[in-house]
Ligand binder design. Structure first.
Ligand SMILES: *Cc1c(COP(=O)(O)O)cnc(C)c1O
Length: 475
């Protein structure tokens, strides 16, 4: 008979073995998925067991069943979307987070987790160049960081207009407008929907040919409907070209008009850690709130995002919650005062580990290395026959397009050529990319955010692109 304690030990040991062998195989395993939807369903959709299954069997079966259904995004040749890896200490701390199983909503419920988050907040503000007085929250991702920051913004701009949104809601309130650029990320739009601000109250302003918001367009928009409470959303690093809005000029204009400025810095805020990239963020520290991610560039496992608010009162007013059965701390941090969650994962441990493992120089090196690799990837693939770099990365995001080289081929044919080459690279298992439609044309995005990526990974990805181009041309 196996005791509960032995079963626990065996399951954890098994998980550690499976994890190590998974990570060791990343270099040789196909990067894309190899199992089909039907296969995955067949393997996973077992009848719900009546009597339960031994824990080690559960873990073994699970690992076997998902084989081929996992993308190699933890590895160095995954360049799709914007996906970070997991640093060794962050991954290990993430395991311990599950083991310790703290409910990090209140200091009283998880004292060490509360202090770790306090420290993470201070470290992050310093690294990202944000005011030391800003409040912060560790949330599930940049999406919820937007929701957190924009909830504070909604409260603050309506309070200035004499309206208490927490008491009276949005029905009958002054109509908030949101000014942003046409490159705004969909998660900002979603936060606006979630917060009841309404996408019809959003105005997407034109950008220049480097995808930066034109301050002139912002000035004109602000001059219209001057009495409406206004939120301006700026971007630090868009997903296609890594564009940074001109913060200094935009924030000056917005503040002169009484608007709240929120910065989507999912990737771009990390550029503050690297001195040569820091100028891209000039003036961004003057904003009212900022959102970024831990699970992208910092290489903390999912789920990890960070919200920062320059006005702690507005932040706290929009999140804080009291109940007689809870125990509230006087001098410690109760996370539920700052997050849109109640019971929550002690996600600070993984961030704490990542920041300690890397240190200031390590974060700077991770950021510059990813930028250098993204540059190499986009320019070397763009130099292949039948390819062109459409956006040369200034940070870790770029665009490449593939051309149908038959005479008279049109844009539509170049579009399908681009999609076909992406599909052929992915099918080769050597690397993984995703596409986008940018200014009306299909492109392949080259996004590098993983600490594991090496020069040899870039060589392999470029070689795979060369083979894919030749293979598609022969069809
Ligand atoms: C990824 C991303 C987001 C959303 O972040 P999640 O962590 O996926 O919620 C927002 N803005 C930009 C620019 C992003 O790249």
């Amino acid at each position: 008979m196996t005791s509960d304690r032995e079963r626990q030990h065996l399951a954890l040991t098994r998980a550690a073995q499976l994890s190590s062998s998974y990570l060791d195989a990343l270099d040789t395993a196909p990067v894309g998925a190899t199992a089909s939807l039907a296969q995955l369903r067949e393997r996973l959709a077992l009848p719900l067991s009546d009597t339960g299954v031994d824990p080690v069997t559960v873990i073994d079966d699970l690992a076997r069943a998902v084989d081929g259904g996992l993308l190699g995004s933890a590895g160095g040749r995954f360049y799709g979307w914007v996906i970070g890896g997991g640093l060794p200490s962050a991954l290990a701390a993430d395991w311990l987070t599950g083991t310790w199983d703290q409910n990090a909503g209140l200091y009283a419920c998880a004292p060490a987790a509360a202090v770790v988050e306090e420290v993470c907040g201070a470290w992050l503000k310093e690294l990202l160049g944000l005011p030391a007085t800003a409040s912060f929250a560790l949330v599930t991702g940049c999406q919820m960081a937007h929701v957190t920051c924009l909830a504070a913004a909604r409260h603050a701009v309506l309070q200035r207009a004499g309206w208490d949104v927490h008491r009276d809601g949005l029905s009958g309130s002054p109509r908030i407008r949101v000014l942003t650029s046409q490159e705004v990320h969909g998660t900002c739009t979603r936060a606006i929907k979630i917060l009841g601000l309404g996408t019809a109250n959003m105005e997407t302003l034109p950008t220049d040919d480097t995808s930066r918001l034109r301050p002139e367009a912002l000035r004109e928009a602000l001059a219209r409907e001057r009495d409406r409470p206004t939120i301006v959303i700026l971007q630090a690093g868009d997903v296609n070209c890594g564009a940074f809005d001109p913060f200094e000029a935009s924030i000056r204009l917005a503040h002169a008009a009484g608007a709240w400025v929120h910065v989507d810095g999912a990737m771009g805020l990390w550029c503050h850690a690297a001195p040569e990239l820091r100028p891209l963020l000039a003036g961004a520290d003057q904003a009212d709130s900022w959102a970024t991610d831990g699970h992208k560039w910092l290489n903390v496992p999912y789920d990890s995002g960070y919200a920062f608010v320059a006005h702690p009162d507005a932040h706290r007013a929009s999140m804080s919650h009291r109940a007689s059965y809870l125990v509230h701390a006087d001098d410690a941090r109760d996370e539920l005062d700052w997050t849109p969650e109640h019971s929550r994962r002690a996600r600070g441990f993984a961030t704490y580990a990542a920041l300690r493992e890397l240190g200031r120089a390590g974060v700077a090196d991770l950021v510059t290395r990813c930028c250098r690799f993204a540059h190499e990837l986009a320019t070397r693939i763009g130099a292949l026959p039948g390819a062109r770099t459409i956006c040369v990365p200034q940070i870790n995001q770029g665009l490449v397009r593939f051309y149908d080289r038959r005479t008279g081929a049109n844009d539509e044919e170049h579009d399908s050529r681009t999609d076909a080459v992406i599909a052929a690279i992915n099918a080769s298992g050597e690397a993984f990319f995703t596409g986008t439609t940018w200014r009306g044309i299909r492109c392949m995005r080259t996004s590098v955010s993983n600490w594991r990526t090496t020069t040899s990974d870039i060589d392999r990805a470029v070689a795979a692109a060369g083979r894919a181009i030749a293979q598609v041309a022969l069809r």
